[in-house]
Design a protein around this ligand. Structure first.
Ligand code: DGL
Length: 293
């Protein structure tokens, strides 16, 4: 059974303070269980190009999607502590599973703004549905948490949400099988029941799914709107930074290490995948020992 948030929040210690105040010029911290969060980084780079980014991918402990809430929360808290060492001005939880399981705990502990990918995706889906039938595809953990259902129904009680865990999509994407008959076949099997119940909106509730968006779109057909939480998150992040007067107006100075990437396992493997997603070029990635934080 899924553990309750309240249960995990007891004994939580005070807020994590940053000893140096972070302003407009400070970087944005982004994290994910591995490489998938780069779909969110890519959107941030496109939509708010003046920002510096510190990315952490937990490549040693991926996947999060099959782990318990307690474990995912502990991992997320370590990563947030690591990102805080860079005096980031905000943190983006790019992982849907971490957003589903750990947001409450992180928000409670963190004294800088923190944004997950679930709420922005849920808001957009609630807005665009016409027939009130929304599908969510995601990891097992995200589906079991019912978090998308909860957020969407807070916005509109007359909407029905159908969740479908699609655990094979992550390995297929990581194997580079983005346009492949195998991915097509698996996608058809997963999506048939959502097609049969006539959803008109589908949330791509996992970091990897935007990378097979064209396959998913082709199978669902032209009448189904695909919602990409990565895109929506970057949009809301921009709005939030603007409202808080934290949006960087000028591009970072040359040589200021604009984008930095950290991982918990081999950097080389991460770089290969990363460079296939982010065309701006990831110059280097560093391995760190995340259990220390
Ligand atoms: N990043 C995860 C998510 O968005 C997918 C990979 C994993 O299971 O860790 O839910």
């Amino acid at each position: 059974m899924t553990e309750t948030r309240a249960g995990l929040n007891k004994n939580r210690n005070k807020k994590w303070n940053q000893d140096v105040p972070s302003g407009k010029d400070a970087p944005i911290g982004v994290f994910d269980s591995g490489v998938g969060g780069l779909t969110v980084v890519r959107e941030i780079m496109r939509q708010i190009p003046n920002e510096k980014i510190i990315y952490f991918g937990d490549t040693a402990r991926v996947p999060y999607g099959s782990k318990s809430q307690e474990t995912v929360t502990r991992f997320s808290e370590q990563i947030v502590r690591f990102l805080q060492t860079f005096h980031v001005k905000t943190i983006v939880v790019a992982c849907n599973t971490a957003s589903a399981y750990a947001m409450d705990a992180l928000e409670q502990d963190c004294d800088i703004p923190i944004i997950g990918v679930v709420k922005p995706g849920a808001r957009m889906a609630a807005e665009v549905t016409r027939n009130g039938r929304i599908g969510v595809i995601a990891t097992e953990a995200t589906i079991n948490s019912q978090i998308y259902t909860q957020y969407i129904q807070e916005l509109n009680q007359n909407v029905t949400i159908y969740g479908k865990a699609c655990p094979l999509f992550v390995p297929l994407v990581e194997e580079g099988l983005l346009e492949d008959p195998v991915t097509d076949e698996i996608a058809r099997r997963y999506l048939t029941e959502l097609i049969d119940i006539d959803i008109d909106t589908l949330i791509l509730g996992c970091t990897h799914y935007p990378l097979i968006r064209s396959t998913l779109g082709r199978i669902m057909g032209p009448n189904v709107t695909l919602v990409n939480p990565a895109y929506e998150t970057a949009r809301e992040l921009r709005q939030m930074l603007k409202q808080m007067n934290l949006l960087n107006q000028e591009p970072p100075k040359l040589g200021s290490n604009r984008y930095q990437f950290y991982v918990s396992d081999k950097a080389e493997k991460f770089m290969n995948f990363a460079n296939s997603i982010i065309k701006y070029g990831i110059l280097s990635a560093k391995t760190i020992h995340i259990e220390k934080y």
